[in-house]
Design a protein around this ligand. Structure first.
Ligand code: HPA
Length: 235
């Protein structure tokens, strides 16, 4: 049965969903990766696509921007459409000194300033972590590519909310990048006994604007993150 934000039927989605933030990127990923992609949902311009990738069922649907938006789609997919794993594919701003624009970050965990995971276990600072099976499949697919880094990211509620003190301290704490969705995805997956991973391309660096990439470079690097995300999704 359709949900408030997904106009599909159970069975319309594959067990694994790739989830970029941008709905146009979701359409391009579906076009690129899926044989005969089928549009299974189209509410608010957030298209959901299902098809086969190398003979295996795979879906793609965008999350929109930010943890509240992602939480709606992830919760409905996990609880109403038989989805077992969601792999976020998106971008992040670089934080750590050894993270450069163009790197791909596999997020082992996600710090957050959001209250979104506080309710999971009152009195405990819940650790929002990736699913080990997905994380290890992505790391294995990366081989020894030096541009692929594995570590924590931070999921902020405000894009324009990073103080210099915060970004400095987060970098000192080994945080590789800043984005806006992973912590919620990891919390929802843990709560619902499902699997989640975020594979992020570093699109720019917060301390070094000389690293900003051209659109062509962004696309090439995005392909690397997609390759790892698919390996995890279909593992
Ligand atoms: N902040 C939040 N999300 C992002 C950023 C950022 O600097 N860069 C890419 N996604």
């Amino acid at each position: 049965m359709a949900t408030p934000h997904i106009s599909a039927e159970p069975g319309d989605f594959a067990p694994a969903v790739l989830m970029p933030g941008d709905p146009k990127r979701a359409a391009r990923i579906a076009e690129q990766l899926l044989d005969e992609p089928r549009l299974v949902s189209d509410v608010r311009g957030i298209g959901g696509y299902t098809g086969l990738h190398q003979g295996k069922p795979l879906s793609v649907m965008a999350s929109g921007m930010g943890q509240p938006s992602l939480s709606i789609y992830a919760t409905e997919l996990f609880t109403q459409f038989g989805v077992e794993r969601i792999i976020r594919v998106g971008t992040a701003g670089g934080l750590a000194a050894d993270t450069r624009a163009g790197d791909v970050v596999i997020a082992i965990g996600a710090h957050t300033d959001s209250s979104i995971n506080e309710k999971l276990c009152p009195g405990i600072n819940f650790s929002a972590t990736a699913s080990w099976a997905l994380l290890s499949a992505a790391v294995k697919a990366a081989g020894d590519d030096p541009r692929v880094k594995v570590g924590p990211v931070v999921s902020r509620d405000l894009f324009y909310g990073n103080t210099p003190e915060q970004v400095k301290r987060l970098a000192e704490l080994g945080t590789l990048g800043v984005e806006m969705e992973a912590a919620a995805l990891y919390g929802i997956a843990a709560n619902l006994h499902k699997e989640a991973l975020a594979v992020l391309t570093i699109s720019d660096h917060l301390f070094d604007s000389s690293q900003d990439m051209s659109p062509a470079e962004r696309e090439t690097n995005f392909q690397k993150s997609l390759e790892l995300a698919v390996a995890a999704a279909l593992s």
